[in-house]
Design a protein around this ligand. Structure first.
Ligand code: UDP
Length: 361
């Protein structure tokens, strides 16, 4: 079986790493399985792309479509045009897409129109918020997927509501947690650790990159000043995403606690998360990682496509107002972290399950 694996953006690289490892393991055992890795070039900054390939030992892509940035439609169209050529020149039996970025949707459409089977890893999750580009990407991708690999029972139920054949839904667990499990023993202090006097539990991690939080400069400034104040005596380490950096570049804000740093590589970022007092974020992936690492996480969004991080894990959905964040954060300061658990099958073995199922399909 010939598989083409697609990755385009930072969270994708983290998700494909264990899938490729699982394929290579099966190849060594003699399975008739080969893969071609296609990087669409959606994220191309060293900090968001190359670093992850190096740190997670992901093989160099066989092909890089180098689409780079553009509007939603420009980027989607550019990926589709380039990926069609890629598949014409390198036919395969199955295209595997992961997550919910533009590359996920664009490549799924191209493959399906060329009568190639599509497998979607992280299928079925839904925020219900159609203003999120990722939600459109999820819905479109799942409407043409052949094999659905899900992270939760809930995601499978969503798919059933859309009329998906239950035989095609496979609840396998979470590949992002495979990567976390495989790399926990390798996480490393960032080089600024000593310079900022960081110690376990004396700082908060902040990440923000969703349009609803960062695209409007004044409200982003208000949010940051509010977070700077609520941190009290704790430093706030803020790896600034390029999208957020572009908005903030002319803002002269005077912070007591917030420290801007570059987007971190996986190994230093996980070190920072694992040793933090708490995390404030608008990322979905980070709410999964904090759940497994048992770190309190406050998500600055009004909806989540990962409800298990809230009901079972450590995540609290706080909306996008600083007032609500303050209320929930103060509750946590008063009462301490709440009891939490780890969602079913988030055990580091999802990729192995996926490859077993692909070999039987
Ligand atoms: N991440 C990282 N360094 C950073 C910020 C994030 O390695 O400075 C990793 C982290 O593991 C997280 C993943 O990137 O799970 C997700 O990234 P992002 O927030 O871009 O995507 P989302 O989860 O919102 O889809």
């Amino acid at each position: 079986m010939k598989i083409t694996i697609v990755a385009g953006a930072r969270p994708n690289f983290i998700k494909i790493a264990p899938i490729i490892k699982a394929i290579e393991k099966k190849q060594h055992e003699g399975a008739d399985l080969s893969y071609r890795l296609v990087h669409t070039g959606q994220h191309y900054d060293k900090n968001l792309s190359d670093t992850f390939f190096e740190e997670l030992n992901i093989p160099q892509p066989h092909s890089n479509l180098e689409v780079k940035s553009g509007s939603q439609s420009e980027q989607t169209a550019a990926i589709m045009i380039a990926f069609e050529q890629e598949l014409i020149q390198n036919p395969c039996d199955l295209v595997v897409v992961v997550g919910d970025v533009n590359s996920t949707m664009a490549c799924a459409i191209v493959a399906k129109k060329m009568h190639i089977k599509v497998a979607h890893v992280e299928a079925g999750i839904r925020s219900g918020d159609w203003t999120m580009p990722e939600e459109i990407n999820r819905i479109v991708t799942d409407s043409i997927t052949d094999l659905f690999f899900t992270t939760s029972v809930w995601a499978g139920e969503n798919l059933l509501q859309y009329g998906t054949n239950p035989m095609h839904i496979h609840f396998v667990g979470n590949v992002m947690i495979d990567t976390l499990t495989q790399n926990l023993g390798r996480i490393t202090k960032p080089d600024f650790w000593d310079a900022f006097n960081l110690e376990t539990g004396n700082y908060i991690i902040l990440t923000l990159h969703r349009p609803s939080n960062v695209d409007e400069e004044q409200s982003l400034q208000k949010l940051l000043l509010g977070i700077d104040a609520l941190a009290k005596d704790k430093k706030v380490i803020f790896p600034v995403h390029p999208r957020t950096k572009a908005i903030l570049q002319n803002s002269m804000l005077d912070f007591k606690n917030i420290i801007y740093v570059e987007p971190q590589g996986y190994l230093s970022f996980m070190y920072l998360i694992k040793n933090s007092f708490a995390v404030i974020t608008d990322s979905g992936g980070i709410s999964e990682e904090t759940t497994v690492l048992k770190i309190p996480c406050f998500t600055m969004r009004t909806t989540t496509e990962r409800p298990e991080t809230q009901t079972i894990g450590t995540n609290t959905l706080v909306g996008i107002s600083i007032e609500n964040l303050e209320k929930e954060f103060n509750k946590f300061l008063e009462n301490g972290p709440r009891e939490s658990g780890i969602p079913e099958l988030w055990d580091g073995k999802a990729s192995e399950r996926i490859i077993e199922i692909l070999l039987q399909s």
